[in-house]
Design a binder for this molecule. Sequence first.
Ligand SMILES: NC(=O)c1ccc[n+]([C@@H]2O[C@H](COP(=O)([O-])OP(=O)(O)OC[C@H]3O[C@@H](n4cnc5c(N)ncnc54)[C@H](O)[C@@H]3O)[C@@H](O)[C@H]2O)c1
Length: 258
Amino acid sequence: MFELDNKKIVFFGAVGYLATPIIWQMAELGADLLLADLNVARAHEIALEMSRKYPEQKFASAYVDSGDYKSIEACFALIRDSFGKLDVMVSGISAASNLTVEEFSPELMNQTFTAHLTGSFLLARNSAALMPDGGSMVIFSSMYGQVAPDPAVYHAPMKPNPIDYGMAKAGLDQMIRYLAVHWGPRNIRVNGVSPGPFPNPDKYPDDRDFIDRLAGKVPLRRVGRQNEMAGAVIYLASDASSFNTGQIINVDGGWTAW
Ligand SMILES: NC(=O)c1ccc[n+]([C@@H]2O[C@H](COP(=O)([O-])OP(=O)(O)OC[C@H]3O[C@@H](n4cnc5c(N)ncnc54)[C@H](O)[C@@H]3O)[C@@H](O)[C@H]2O)c1
């Protein structure tokens, strides 16, 4: 039911913290994968590792910057050459500033919206064009597209999660619903996943107090583990979710439940 045998999957933001365990799980479940990321060197390394481990399947890598429309076109030319068609598109790109409300310029705000919103729209529309037999799209949103960051969690000099990020994620949530309705008749399903707090230990190595403050806001009383997004993403990518579209699954330990 959760098998991905012979499914052709493109994963944007493929080598990030949360994406990495998911792409490996997808390979294990039989998928052919094209790993697209700003960090194309790492994507290339992983594609080679996967080719060695699963020689019957096809793996490729590509550079993409969702804020640069030409790079999106080039990336889709490569997807067409490698796979011809797509069954699944996942996008886990992450673009935001690290600014407070007072610090923003219109240019910096638009930079985030270009990469996160217009870019994701183009990734989705180009993917749909390669899904003549239907398909599934899974887009990473965030709890901060639904609720504002609690300033009490972010002690100075740390800044609260920035406003451009939350605005963009809220926009993505609406894009997911709109495109699900638009492409429903073509059997292209469009869903989202909304992670809660999954602090990357490389970014917060010594900040136990911050992690504890995050955990204190979670009904399950802990932050998310790196591999805990995989279940929801694979469910939405696979035929197990064949009657789901326009939905956003919160994977947040209950953060948004109270
Ligand atoms: N980690 C969390 O706590 C958390 C919480 C809520 C939502 N999310 C969302 O989950 C997704 C994955 O988060 P993560 O923590 O693994 O982030 P990450 O920064 O580790 O990974 C993001 C990946 O996307 C790539 N990327 C960034 N901008 C890009 C662009 N413009 N074009 C192409 N590739 C780009 C990066 O190179 C990186 O490999 C993101 O969408 C993020 O907003 C994460």
